[in-house]
Structures are given as C-alpha cells and as structure tokens.
Write a protein that binds this ligand. Structure first.
Ligand SMILES: *[C@@H]1O[C@H](CO)[C@@H](O)[C@H](O)[C@H]1NC(C)=O
Ligand SMILES: *[C@@H]1O[C@H](CO)[C@@H](O)[C@H](O)[C@H]1NC(C)=O
Length: 205
C-alpha cells in the first residue's frame, strides 16, 4: 500500500515537472528588434531594422509579422527596402520628392519571396515568416530626424504582431553599436548607433 502510494507520488511529481519544463520552454525567449543607424543623411539617417526570433519553439507563420511604432518628432520615411509601409498618409506638405510614408504611427510588413533583387536586402522578403533562430530585416531611410547621435530620437510605442499571437514590446534602449562584417568578410563596420526593443509573447489571439 505504502509503495503504491509513493509510486503515485513519484508519477505525479514526474508529470508535474514535465509539464512545468515544457511550459517554461514554450514561454522562454523573445523577439528582439534591433534598429541600427548605419549612416547619417542631410536630414536624417539610414537604418537597418532587424527582428530576431529568439523563441525556441514559436514560429511566426504566414501572412507574417507586422511592426509599428510612433515617431516622437516629425519624422517621415523617404524610402524603405525589403519591406513596405501599409499607409502613405498625408504627404501634401512635400513638393518634388514625396516620402513613402508621412504617418505618425507607421506599420511595416515584409515583402514576398520573389521580390526583385534591387528591392531586397539580406534577410528580407520571407512574407513575414520568421522561424525560431532566424531574423528578418529591412532598410529604412528616415527624414526630418536628427542627423547626429545627439539629436536622433528613438521611435516609441513599438508593436510587433504575428498571426494569432500577441506580443508586448518594451521601450527602445540605446545599446552598444552593432559591428557588421562586410559582404566580403574582410572588413568590420560599426553602426553609428544601435537601439534595441524587446518583445515578449503575451498570449494567443
Ligand atoms: C532575448 O533573448 C536573447 C537570446 O536568448 C537574450 O540574449 C536576451 O537577453 C533576451 N532579452 C531579454 C530582455 O530578455
Ligand atoms: C556619439 O558619438 C560619439 C563619438 O563617436 C560617442 O563618443 C558618443 O558616446 C556617442 N553618443 C551616443 C549617445 O551614442
């Protein structure tokens, strides 16, 4: 009787630990968005924005991720490579060169595989699909932004959404500038400035 009882306890403890460890594994990890300012321009900067899926067991499936944020000044998007904004907004104050987006809270979505090469950058264009351990990137030219590391302002209110998944993103943080290996792997270049945003899975929707 006593041994049956302890066997049951052991079984119970065993299944409980299986349950908690798998629940922890599923909940662990994060999506990290890295905003690397690569060069300054006459009215702003060019940045490479990369989303890393650091979740071991959670994939982002088609139709893919969406990313949005709020500009804290009057920033506009002159151009974007490897993804697109969903809305142009009111750019009527611009004559001649018209920005790609003048909205205060832009939303960006990935391009599809098969996008012409001149509209791609490395790690773009997977239709928003982001498997564990992989990354998704685009390049953005921001205007009416600060033109030095003292005046450029981090975007705020980041949102990262995926089909049937809800994430909560923290504030952007100024981190040590990323070092990049050039395509020929012979030279290391360093971002002017790097901002990190961390997003954690919240719930299924
Ligand atoms: C996000 O995940 C990466 C990779 O596991 C880890 O290095 C980083 O510290 C995590 N960030 C936070 C804020 O937990
Ligand atoms: C801005 O750049 C200067 C010179 O490269 C550097 O010393 C400084 O730490 C940078 N400031 C920030 C906020 O990154």
């Amino acid at each position: 009787m006593e041994s049956l009882f302890s066997a049951m306890i052991a079984l119970l403890l065993f299944s409980f630990s299986c349950f908690t460890s798998s629940a922890l594994a599923i909940n662990s990890g994060n999506i990290t968005i890295k905003w690397d300012l690569m060069t300054w321009t006459p009215d702003g900067y060019v940045a490479v924005v990369t989303a890393y899926n650091y979740q071991r067991q959670r994939s982002i499936r088609s139709p893919g991720w969406k990313m949005s944020w709020r500009w804290t000044r009057k920033e506009i998007i002159w151009s974007i490579i490897g993804s697109k904004t969903t809305e142009q907004g009111d750019c009527s104050m611009f004559k001649g060169n018209i920005p790609r987006s003048c909205v205060r809270k832009p939303t960006v979505v990935d391009l599809l595989p098969g996008t012409p090469y001149n509209q791609q950058i490395a790690n773009c264009c997977k239709g928003g699909v982001l498997k564990p351990g992989l990354e998704s990137a685009f390049q953005i030219t921001v205007g009416l932004a600060g033109t030095s590391n003292k005046t450029a302002r981090m975007p705020a209110n980041f949102m990262f959404t995926a089909p049937k998944q809800q994430y909560i993103c923290g504030p952007a943080k100024n981190v040590r500038p990323t070092k990049f290996l050039t395509a020929d792997k012979r030279r290391v270049t360093t971002a002017m400035m790097t901002w990190n945003i961390n997003c954690v899975y919240h719930k299924a929707t």
